[in-house]
Design a binder for this molecule. Structure first.
Ligand code: GLN
Length: 281
């Protein structure tokens, strides 16, 4: 089948189900299924039957609500590629701002501990771009498998250490494997509220609840992590966390009570999305 025809078929499937980003998703699916990209795929490129079927099947899965990222099995974050699929949170574009802030603060190298790492997108991007030595903690075995794959995919085996553990209740074995002190602790913990969980977009329902749900008001993790983990920060160490909509002020208060001086950083939509705290010495 020629590419133009396949493109029309894929786009029609997506549009018939009301996708408002059908054009973008068609490009992504075609590129992934055929191995061509936008520059090499011409309307009359011949696509073999098997690849055409892969593209059509992907479009059919997509309209049933499966996230595009899970269908493609990979997604870009901070200019790097990450494997994703059932069982791991898809890296979000706003989280790139957390990486940017961490890189700004690190300047040259340093040591970072990332809590609730999921796919490993934060520690991998930070380490890849700064050479920092990064440790990531993740409780889900499934997510940890993606984290480990992503370390290999991005060639950061020497500088990123994936660890299985519970950041709310770290075991002695976990603590022993971490550096005594680090410069920055980063976290994008689960922060959705009970109300948010009832109103999830159908795509997000495919993502693991353990990575999303932060207790009734979404703040369960924040109430624990600053107190528990600040001991691992070097003098003038910093904590940078992502937060849910309208949570930044409440989280700033929790952090300030733990002795941090804080700043709220907005996301692309000008919503307070990150709280950055320096441990006052
Ligand atoms: N940003 C995600 C969402 O809105 C939530 C991620 C999280 O809870 N850390 O679906």
């Amino acid at each position: 089948m020629v590419s133009l025809l396949l493109k029309k078929q894929v786009r029609t499937i997506l549009e018939q189900h009301g996708s408002d980003s059908a054009a973008f998703e068609t490009e992504q699916i075609l590129k992934w299924a055929t191995g061509f990209d936008r520059l090499t795929l011409t309307p009359d490129s011949e696509i073999d039957d098997e690849k055409a079927k892969t593209a059509i099947d992907a479009a059919k899965r997509r309209v049933k609500g499966e996230p595009l990222q899970y269908i493609l099995g990979e997604w870009d974050f901070f200019g790097l590629t990450f494997h994703v699929g059932e069982g791991v949170l898809i890296p979000r574009p706003e989280t790139e701002l957390l990486v940017e802030k961490t890189l700004e603060e690190l300047k040259n190298g340093g040591t970072v501990i990332d809590l609730c790492s999921g796919s490993g997108c934060i520690p991998i991007a930070v380490s890849k771009k700064s050479g920092a030595s990064c440790y990531g903690i993740e409780i889900s075995e499934k997510a940890l498998e993606y984290f480990k794959e992503n370390i290999i995919l991005n060639n950061v085996e020497d500088s990123v250490t994936p660890l299985c553990g519970d950041v709310l209740n770290p075991s002695d074995t976990l603590l022993e494997r971490l550096p005594e002190k680090c410069d920055i602790i980063t976290a994008n913990p689960p922060y959705l509220t009970a109300d948010d969980m009832r109103e999830l977009q159908k795509e997000v329902r495919h993502e693991p609840e353990i990575a999303l749900f932060g207790g009734t008001d979404g703040l369960d993790f924040y109430r624990v992590i600053f107190g528990k983990w600040k001991k691992r920060l070097a003098e003038n160490g910093e904590f940078i966390v992502e937060t849910g909509d309208h949570q930044a002020e409440a989280i700033r208060e929790i952090m300030e009570k733990e002795g941090f001086s804080c700043e709220i950083i907005n996301d692309y939509n000008k919503i307070g999305r990150f709280v950055f705290g320096k441990l006052a010495s």
